[in-house]
Design a protein around this ligand. Sequence first.
Ligand SMILES: [Zn+2]
Length: 97
Amino acid sequence: MIDLLSSILDAIVALTLLWAIFRALRNLFGGPARTFVGSKSHGKPGPRAAQGQMVRDPVCGMFVSTELSHRLVEDGKTLHFCSEKCRETYQKNAVKA
Ligand SMILES: [Zn+2]
């Protein structure tokens, strides 16, 4: 009798756990879909790219944000490069010229 009761209790506990897992999974799969729609309405580029000014990399001609660029100060002017590589290329060319 006690064995039967404990096995019924085990079954109830197992079912409760399964239900909790199912609910958690449903929240997991339901959650990202909702936040994805939300982030879409916010705009993909994000607020980071909008910060600072967009300036042209003199080496490759790419536009870079002054907030994220690799800087080089030359004759009191700040030059902005998209990468360390472009800055190095510029410095090498400046030495040659
Ligand atoms: Zn570049």
